[in-house]
Design a protein around this ligand. Structure first.
Ligand SMILES: *Cc1c(COP(=O)(O)O)cnc(C)c1O
Length: 366
């Protein structure tokens, strides 16, 4: 496994010595269903408007640090005001800023694994203790009472809904209990909420819970992963604290322009999201028909599957079929699990066909 050179291990801060240089494990493939991107892309009409906006955006001036035009459009989308919104260079930057502002030595973040690995990673960068409250190993449902207990002494609680990579959603009742129990802040990461059933969002609770934060991104439903834009909705004083620690120019002018067009024309994305949700159902049914594959129900744009020899199957998908999916088989609690992003019909058919063949072959070789 890659590690920092011994020279760097001597020079970096002590708590960073065991960090591994980031390996995105990226291989160019014909079909990439590994990163939960929107493989349909931005609808053509929206892209045309975006290109015009980008062409009209001067790049010689620094950006508006707070992205106020974008904040206003986002606030209107959510029925809130500008003071309730902060924009970041991807949701990831905001998660980092959250831990930077509210974590730190001697403080705790309650995490609900298996989940998105960035929370624990950013916590470790900021020397924040992580208290893991593991999900049920079979259903991946959060253990609600244990979680509420852990929240009582936490500075931060992070709950993902729909959860990546398990696909389940958190109930409003659980979010409310966490907000009531936690003396610190509760972040609900809704990166995939557009793909979930209606009324899944924790957003209505913002009115009653002033320690609730809801994270959104334009990387998934809005097909802008490459542009890097995410945002948090929260009480104005929470937004102020996050604004105080941010890199002032982190969201560049081109991203602000592109995001503004996407959010203004969000209706154009609805049919794409509907299509992905419909394809998710079909992909799920097809995967379940392959003997020996377990599929968890998902409200995201991805499916978590368990299959014997998952790691080998993932390599063979890549090397023999040029199809990339995400291997979680080494992650605690996710033995033999792969995550497959829902793609276009052609991409989904390709992965079903290849997986069917490989599962049979691997079973015969076992
Ligand atoms: C993709 C994702 C994000 C945010 O991604 P950005 O591209 O940084 O906006 C946040 N949380 C989860 C769980 C995700 O999967």
């Amino acid at each position: 496994m890659a590690q920092l050179s011994s020279r760097m291990q001597a020079l970096v801060q002590p708590h960073l010595r065991t960090l591994e240089p980031y390996d995105p494990n990226f291989a160019p493939t014909r079909v990439n269903l590994s990163a939960n991107e929107n493989t349909y892309g931005v609808p053509a009409r929206v892209r045309t408007a975006m290109d015009a906006a980008l062409a009209a955006t001067p790049t010689n001036r620094y950006p508006d640090p707070m992205s106020n035009d974008l904040r206003d459009v986002l606030a209107a989308r959510h029925g809130l005001s500008r003071e309730n919104v902060i924009v970041g260079n991807g949701g990831d930057e905001l998660l980092y800023n959250l831990v930077l502002a509210f974590g730190g030595p001697g403080r705790t973040l309650v995490n609900v694994p298996p989940t998105f690995s960035e929370y624990a990673f950013f916590a470790s960068l900021a020397q924040t203790s992580v208290v893991d409250v593991w999900r049920d190993p079979n259903t991946f449902a959060p253990r609600e009472d244990e979680l509420v207990e852990a929240a009582r002494t936490a500075n931060l609680v992070v709950l993902t809904s729909p959860n990546n990579p398990t696909g389940d959603v958190a109930s409003a009742d659980l979010v409310r209990r966490l907000c009531e129990a936690c003396p610190g802040l509760v972040l609900v990461d809704e990166a995939y909420v557009e793909f979930a059933e209606q009324d899944t969002s924790a957003e209505p609770l913002l009115a009653e819970c002033d320690n609730l934060l809801v994270l959104h991104t334009l990387s998934k439903a809005f097909a802008l992963a490459g542009a890097r834009c995410g945002y948090i909705l929260a009480a104005p004083d929470v937004i102020d604290a996050l604004a105080a620690v941010r890199q002032i120019y982190s969201v560049n002018v081109l991203t602000q322009s592109a995001a503004l067009v996407a959010v203004e024309r969000r209706a154009a994305f609805a049919p794409v999201v509907e299509k992905i949700v419909a394809k998710r159902g079909r992909l799920c049914a097809s995967l379940e028909r392959i003997g020996g594959v377990r599929v968890w129900p998902s409200q995201g744009n991805f499916l978590l599957v368990r299959v014997a020899r998952a790691s080998r199957i993932r390599e063979r998908l890549r090397d023999e079929f040029s199809i990339l999916v995400r291997d979680f088989s080494y992650a605690p609690g996710l033995a033999d699990c792969l995550r497959i992003t829902v793609g276009t019909p052609e991409e989904n058919d390709a992965v079903i066909e290849a997986l069917s063949a490989l599962v049979l072959e691997e079973a015969a070789n076992a």
